[in-house]
Design a protein around this ligand. Structure first.
Ligand SMILES: Nc1ncnc2c1ncn2[C@@H]1O[C@H](COP(=O)(O)OP(=O)(O)OP(=O)(O)O)[C@@H](O)[C@H]1O
Ligand SMILES: [Mg+2]
Length: 226
């Protein structure tokens, strides 16, 4: 099973959602690997921050894999960080295929959003298309997210990339503002893919890391690619 976690932007909760999915599969007894093709903004070049963060949320179980093909220090788009032009999509695809041989579930977290350049020629969406991997879109809850979410879904659909659905991360259970209160009714009307979950802020969401996501989402059959 494999899924690519992309988002409407950087800093929207992709790592949080990847962590929750990893927890769901880990608690279901699956061998899980978190893969970040290109990690930028790394504190330490030997450790891909996002997969490492997820592993520590899960309590560092040795059986959970984490891997990045390329790691860079500057907190910018992969192509911008890669001043030597070392990123090779063949390498990324080979690593991704190898991990699928080694694990039951490979969760791939992209950098930023779908139009972020990875190389001179290729964006994240080109990579997703090349891997022919279904995606989950992570969106933020606050004002502006309707437009970003619909644009992201439209872009993916223009390439016929299968979308499992959208997670809204950091959604307060009882939001104080009108934009967030009305978000689900707007998505019901305008979003043509399922909303997989409105994920509450940590530490509430941290319960999912301990116990796994609610069963409807954690149900393996949910992901058609299984
Ligand atoms: N459900 C949530 N509860 C609390 N904080 C959240 C939640 N979702 C996202 N955040 C916060 O928003 C910030 C960005 O989250 P995260 O690192 O998951 O984003 P990202 O999309 O993976 O970013 P990047 O593009 O850098 O990989 C973090 O500080 C994170 O803790
Ligand atoms: Mg991240």
């Amino acid at each position: 099973m494999h899924v690519f976690i992309t988002g409407t932007d950087t800093d929207v909760g992709k790592t949080v959602i990847t962590g929750l999915l990893a927890a769901a599969y880990y608690h279901a007894g699956k061998r899980v690997c978190i893969y970040k093709p290109v990690q930028t903004g790394a504190q330490d070049l030997s450790l891909p921050d996002d997969p490492e963060q997820i592993r520590s949320w899960l309590g560092n179980p040795p059986e959970v894999g984490f891997f990045a093909s390329y790691v860079f220090r500057p907190p910018v788009a992969p192509w911008v960080a890669d001043v030597d032009g070392s990123i090779n999509l063949d390498t990324i695809e080979a690593d991704w295929r190898r991990l699928q041989g080694e694990y039951d579930v490979v969760l791939t977290e992209g950098a930023g959003g779908v139009h972020v350049p990875i190389t001179r020629e290729a964006t994240t969406m080109d990579l997703i298309q090349r891997l022919n991997c279904p995606v989950v879109v992570v969106a933020r809850p606050n004002l502006g997210t309707i437009n970003h979410t619909l644009l992201t879904v439209e872009a993916l659909q223009s390439r016929h990339i299968p979308i499992e659905g959208v997670f809204i991360s950091n959604y307060a259970p009882e939001p104080a503002n009108l934009a967030e209160q009305t978000l689900s009714s707007v998505f019901k009307q305008f979003l043509n893919v399922p909303v997989l979950g409105y994920i509450p802020p940590m530490p509430l969401a941290a319960n999912y890391l301990k116990d796994g996501l609610p069963s409807a989402i954690a149900d393996m059959s949910y992901f058609k690619v299984m």
